[in-house]
Each structure stands twice: as C-alpha cells, then as structure tokens.
Design a protein around this ligand. Sequence first.
Ligand SMILES: [Mg+2]
Length: 362
Amino acid sequence: MKIEAVDVAHYHVPLPVPLSDSTHGIITHFDLVVVHIRDTDGADGFGYTYTVGAGGDAIRSLCENDLKPTLIGADADAIEAIWQKNWWHLHYVGRGGAVSFAMAAIDVALWDLKAKRAKLPLYRFLGGDDPAVSAYVGGVDLQFPTDKLIAQASEAIAGGIRAIKMKVGRARLAEDIERVAAMRAHIGPDITLMADANMIWRMDEAIRAARALATYDLFWIEEPTIPEDVAGHTRIVRDGGLPVATGENFHSIHEFARFIEAEAVSFPEPDAATLGGVTPWLKVAHLAEANNLPVTTHGIHDLHVHLLAAVPNSSYLEIHGFSLNRFLEEPLRIEEGKAHAPDRPGHGILLDFRRLTEHRAG
Ligand SMILES: [Mg+2]
C-alpha cells in the first residue's frame, strides 16, 4: 500500500509534578511530536517521539518539511527501505541528534500501521509470544527530599512494582550514599534497586561513586558519565564494581556497537524514540543478544513493552516519569512486577488527541 497522508503535530506537555535530574535541573514540561500516517486503503498508524522540553519544533520541522515529502507515495510496507532512504536523505545534518528523533516518530507510525494491517499486536507481529515484561519505575527525583523519595517508592510498590530506580548525582557523594542507603533500608532486600547519574560524573568520580554505592546491592548504575567517553565506561565497568546501563543519549546503532565492542556497557538501554524507531531498536537488541547481553529500555514504556516482549534477551522495561497516562483511554497494565503489552492491533496505544489539543505547540 502507498502512503497517502502524513500529519505532524507538536505538543508541549506540562508535567503534573516538576521533576529533576543531574543534567536537566528542574523539568516542568516535555515535548511530544506525533506523526500520523495513512495509506491508500485508509489504514492508519501513529508514531511519536519526545524531548526533555526543548527541540520539539526542530523535530516537527524535520518531519514536516524534510521527511514527509519522501514518504508520500512510498510503499508503507517497505519500512527498512524507508528508514535507509531517510537516514541518507538527512545524513549530512544527521547521523543522530534531532534527525534520529524525527525518524523515530515516522518509523513507529509505519510499524503501527503494518501490525494493524496484519491485525496483530505489535509484540506478536514482531514474533513475540508472552506479553508480560518485567518493569521498574524510573523516578526523576533528584531534588525530592528523602521522605518524598521514600513515599514515591511505597506508592510504586503498592501499585505492583518490584523494581525502582532513583536519581543520584547530588552535590556531594555523601548525600547520594545517604539517600540510597535510606531507600534500600525502606524497600528491603527483595525489591530491585537501580541508580541513575545522568552523566554528571567524570570517570574517576564515577568509579568512586560506584564503589561506594555497590554496598547497597544496586542492579545497575546508569549513565555514570558522558556518552562520548567509551574508554571511560570500560574502566567504570571494570573498576566500579557495578553493572553499567547506558544508551538513552545514543542516537545511532553505531554508538551501541562501539560500547558493546569495548565492553563499556552491561545493560544496553536503547530508546526507540531517540534512536530512530523500532527498526534500529531491534538491531541493538539483537546485537546485545549476539554478545550475550540483556537489553533494557528508556522512556516511552507504552511502546517499548511490545519490543521487550518480542526479544529473547529482555531485561527491565522502564516506566518513565514522562507519562502519557492522563491522555490514554487505557494505561499500561502492571501487576506483580510485570507490565503487559495490550492485545489490540498495532502498538494499541489509545491516545486521546482531543485531551492533548490544549498543549499543541505546532
Ligand atoms: Mg536515565
């Protein structure tokens, strides 16, 4: 089927509660770019990407002005071919960055459309069988006082979660240690705990922090330093005493290949929304599998639940703080530590666009 129509929308979505991490400070909004694609049969799908509150208009423009013209009239089933065409169309200004976000929104829409045409939920269309995926709640909570941090964990556990991630990277390492110790004491030994530094440390600081935090049985330390420092990550993995998760700031499969080759990552963490979509996400998952590594996710849990359910090496699904639940007719079901991919055709995300309208930015 040929692509007949492409509609692009940009929303600036306020968060119900301001969030914070060591890189972005206080976060009040996230940007959401949504692409609807319709084929000549009248079938449609939608994809989306998001940012930490900036850059959304550039992504909308890339979709509308650069990628939409390449899509009209193309075969909607030829997803890999479209992906390659778009990658090379914008290669000179791309190879990652905002281009990968724009390509993601389109690629996700095409997979949604194709799975809907096959009348299969995306995880089954991709070859998966079991819709249940282990999930953790990723707190964006660096500035929360300890009592609020603990209360948030209690709420997540009451809601069926069995794994929690908290932010680290406060001004003094002693504060991080105190907060992680308080969290571990509160949740006990049976709840999985991760910590996320959002790239705040230099390599030497990261090793010191990882060694200190290892006492509290962390499942991983996430983004201990900048994504440009591959060799630094190798040393952190080797000398820090904790598994390392990273990847939300990687925007191409090649960055994952370099990290895996250098033994610089224990939990590759691709985000389909920042990597170029489902197409490259699956390649990273398979690359991890071939290297006997798990794969985890970052952000857009409503989509990623399908992808983790479709691969054999899935680790945890992150339930991310940028929730769309206020705009969903049916939020993701979570029970006994597992999120369940919906059995509706396509990604099955029932986004109520009328409720989003008041946040439209372009
Ligand atoms: Mg993170």
